[in-house]
Design a protein around this ligand. Structure first.
Ligand SMILES: Cc1ncc(COP(=O)(O)O)c(C=O)c1O
Length: 398
């Protein structure tokens, strides 16, 4: 008898398929705008100098590889909570907020999902349409009821009115997932006035917000990007925030992130955290140490922190200038207005508005690789070849 005879093959992640097709493409002028990692002008995903220096320090000073606790490195948790909520956060002073270290932002999302499934039974979770595809599969894997609220209209623009109208209909007590900044996959972020309106609906419908914060520092800057999270934390008694250090610290494969909980009282925070440690025991037991130790070392050292902030700001500015550069390159083709949203979006991703057929033509005729939805990773652009890309876009749009 074959135990595995009944096991069928599932299709791979479509973005991984795109990476393979890109690798196999012999065209030297090929352009990878698919994969979701930051790239510098050389097309590389660099290790920040601040990370390198922190790692050197750790190699010299580390004395044990014994397990770290269920909530991870306490210094990492404390410094990350300050980064997200603000060093002067009244919640931190009141011991109403705490961070549990997780393997990346994905681990934080899965821990949040299991917490909701286990401790808040019956609550559904509402995701933006579209959202990061892993949100869909991860919350389904945890057994949660999933619903969607509209986010982008048929005109490829943020549709705040439709979003608010849908949120206003949600069952009381359900969980709503919001992207803190740099919405993946669209790049469309809520303006402060929109966030305030969403907050009012969250209060009126007594929803629990779960804010996914995977790109702090990539939108308008480290502090500005945290504005909505801090608004919600100051106005609501309870909140969940998932934080990822993959992009902003360049620590992708080190799996570094945290689930932050804000609770009404210090005592209730400890109740929730006890559940998180217990749930994590069944997921990964204790989190991996290295990436969090790197982040803690950087954030706890004024010099390293200043270096990291400069490096992060350079990444942010590169993406922002590529956005502007592409729109300018499209101007001679009369397409600057049509693609003006690319400059207004934030973060690495852009819902360009290119159709699946146009994406297909760009790949076949120009070796430009985008996700079928028209999502482009702006960081993958080459500043010296924006004109080539603009001419290719003009051709497939013509
Ligand atoms: C919206 C969003 N959330 C969470 C994550 C999780 O990132 P990681 O698990 O690599 O830290 C990502 C990564 O691409 C993301 O785009």
């Amino acid at each position: 008898m074959s135990h595995f005879a009944q096991v069928v093959r599932v299709p791979g992640d479509p973005i991984l398929g795109l990476i393979e097709a890109y690798r196999a493409d012999p065209n030297p002028a090929k352009l990878d705008l698919g994969v979701g990692v930051y790239k510098d002008a050389r097309g590389l995903t660099p290790i920040p100098q601040a990370v390198k220096r922190a790692e050197q320090r750790l190699v010299e000073t580390e004395t044990s590889k014994s397990y770290i606790g269920g909530h991870g490195d306490p210094l990492f948790g404390a410094r990350l909570a300050e980064l997200v909520l603000g060093a002067d956060s009244p919640l931190l002073a009141a011991q109403r907020a705490g961070a549990s270290q997780t393997p990346g932002g994905t681990g934080a999302l899965r821990l949040a999902a299991d917490f909701i499934a286990h401790c808040l039974p019956g609550r559904g979770i509402w995701l933006s349409e579209p959202t990061w595809p892993i949100h869909e599969t991860l919350f389904a894997a945890a057994g949660l009821r999933i619903g969607h609220y509209p986010y982008v209209g048929a005109d490829n623009r943020l549709d705040v009115e439709a979003m608010l109208a849908a949120l206003n209909q949600l069952p009381k007590g359900d969980v709503v997932l919001l992207h803190a900044c740099c919405h993946n996959p669209t790049g469309f972020d809520l303006a402060p006035r929109d966030w305030k309106r969403v907050l009012e609906v969250v209060k009126a419908r007594e929803l629990l917000p779960l804010i996914d914060f995977a790109y702090q520092g990539f939108g308008d800057g480290l502090e500005d990007d945290a504005w909505a999270v801090r608004l919600f934390a100051s106005e609501l008694p309870e909140l969940l925030v998932t934080s990822s250090c993959s992009k902003n610290f360049g620590l992708y494969r080190e799996r570094t992130g945290a689930l932050l909980v804000c609770a009404a009282t210090p005592d209730k925070l400890q109740d929730v955290r006890s559940q998180l440690a217990s749930l994590a025991r069944n997921l990964w037991s204790t989190p991996p140490a290295h990436g969090a130790a790197v982040v803690a070392t950087i954030l706890d050292d004024a010099e390293l922190k200043a270096l990291w902030i400069d490096e992060l700001e350079a990444m942010r500015q590169r993406v922002a200038s590529l956005r502007l550069g592409l729109v300018e390159a499209l101007r001679p083709y009369g397409l600057a207005e049509r693609f003006a949203h690319i400059a207004e979006q934030r973060g690495m991703f852009s819902y360009t508005g290119l159709t699946p057929a146009q994406v297909q033509r760009l790949r076949a005729e120009d070796s430009v690789y985008l996700v079928g939805s028209g999502r482009a990773n702006v960081a993958g652009l080459d500043a010296n070849r924006l004109d080539d890309l603009a001419s290719a876009i003009a051709r497939v749009c013509g």
